[in-house]
Design a protein. Structure first.
Length: 58
């Protein structure tokens, strides 16, 4: 009986956690290397600045 009760409470806890997770729009941290993302973002930023500068001066 105790095992059944604990199993029910565990399932209820998981269901509530999923509801809170979905309701509040929480996101998981990104997977992979953030250093690569930062480097790519910096490269794109530099390219956009160069394009903008060329348009302003040309």
């Amino acid at each position: 009986m105790l095992t059944l009760l604990l199993t029910f409470l565990f399932v209820l806890l998981i269901v509530l956690a999923v509801r809170v997770f979905l309701h509040h729009g929480l996101t998981l941290p990104p997977t992979g290397s953030s250093a690569v993302d930062d480097r790519d973002a910096q490269r794109v930023d530099l390219e956009l600045r160069a394009i903008t500068a060329m348009r302003e001066h040309g």
